[in-house]
Design a protein around this ligand. Structure first.
Ligand code: GAR
Length: 230
C-alpha cells in the first residue's frame, strides 16, 4: 500500500497491545509500526518490538524536564519518519511539544469507558480497582485522540465489557484487555484511513452485535472466551 502511514507505538509495560497491533499488520492495514518508544529501559514492549524487527528507542522521563523529553522524542520520531502515534500502555503524559507537532494524530487506549475512571493516577490496575469498588456493571476500553491532558481528547471508539458478580479487579482487567486487543487495531485503521484521506477521523461507526459480542458471549453472557468471529 503506497500511502501507508508510519506509526510509533509508545509503551511503558508488557506491551500486549503493541503485540495486537503488530499481529494486525498481517492484514495489511493502512499503517505500519516503524518505531517503539518507551520511558522504561526494561519494558517488555521493547523486547516484543525487537523480536518483530522494529526499531526501538528508550526515552527516559524520570528527573528530566518536559523540554528534554520532547526534544529526544521528536528527534526519534522525525528520524523514523513517523506520521502517527499509538499510545499502548504508556504511563507518562506526552509532552506538549509532541502533542502540538502531532495534533489529531496521537491515539491512546484507556482501560475504562471515559470520561469515567480517567485522569491523572488512573492507569492500569488502579482503573479496574476503582471500577469494581464503584459497583459499576459495565466497563470497557476507550480509544481517544490525545491532547495536553490525561484521558481528555475526543473519543474515537469504545467497547462495552460487563462487570460480573464476584469479579475481582484482575478478572475485569483480563476481560477488558481482550477487548482492547480487538478494538485498538480497528480504531487505528479507522483513524489512519481518515488521516490519509485528509479528513477528521470522527468516531468509529458503532459496530454490530457480532463485533461487540461473539456467539458464545451472546448466549451465555460470558466474555471470557474471546474467540474471533468478526
Ligand atoms: C492496558 O490495559 C492499557 O489500556 C493501560 O495499560 C495496559 C497496558 O497493557 N493503559 C492505561 O492505563 C493508560 N492510562 P499492555 O502493556 O499489555 O498493552
Amino acid at each position: 500500500m503506497a500511502d501507508r502511514l508510519t506509526a510509533a507505538v509508545f509503551a511503558s509495560g508488557g506491551g500486549s497491545n503493541l503485540q495486537a497491533l503488530l499481529d494486525h499488520q498481517s492484514l495489511d492495514p493502512p499503517w505500519r509500526v516503524g518505531l517503539v518508544v518507551s520511558d522504561r529501559e526494561d519494558a517488555g514492549a521493547l523486547e516484543r518490538a525487537a523480536q518483530a524487527g522494529v526499531a526501538t528507542v528508550w526515552v527516559p522521563t524520570r528527573e528530566r524536564g518536559p523540554d528534554d523529553v520532547a526534544r529526544d522524542t521528536l528527534a526519534a520520531l522525525r528520524g523514523a519518519g513517523v506520521d502517527v502515534i499509538f499510545l499502548a500502555g504508556y504511563m507518562k503524559l506526552v509532552p506538549e511539544a509532541v502533542v502540538r507537532a502531532y495534533r489529531g494524530k496521537i491515539l491512546n487506549i484507556h482501560p475504562a469507558l471515559l470520561p469515567s475512571f480517567g485522569g491523572k493516577g488512573m492507569y492500569g490496575m488502579h482503573v479496574h480497582r476503582a471500577v469494581v469498588a464503584s459497583g459499576a456493571r459495565i466497563t470497557g476500553p476507550t480509544v481517544h485522540l490525545v491532547d495536553e491532558e490525561y484521558d481528555r481528547g475526543p473519543i474515537v471508539a469504545q467497547w462495552p465489557v460487563p462487570v460480573l458478580p464476584g469479579d475481582t479487579p484482575e478478572d475485569v482487567a483480563r476481560r477488558v484487555l481482550e477487548a482492547e486487543h480487538r478494538l485498538y487495531p480497528r480504531a487505528a485503521d479507522h483513524v489512519c484511513r481518515a488521516i490519509a484521506g485528509g479528513e477528521e477521523p470522527g468516531p468509529l461507526p458503532w459496530p454490530d452485535t457480532r463485533f461487540s459480542m461473539n456467539e458464545h458471549e451472546r448466549n451465555t453472557g460470558d466474555q471470557r472466551s474471546g474467540s474471533e468471529d468478526e
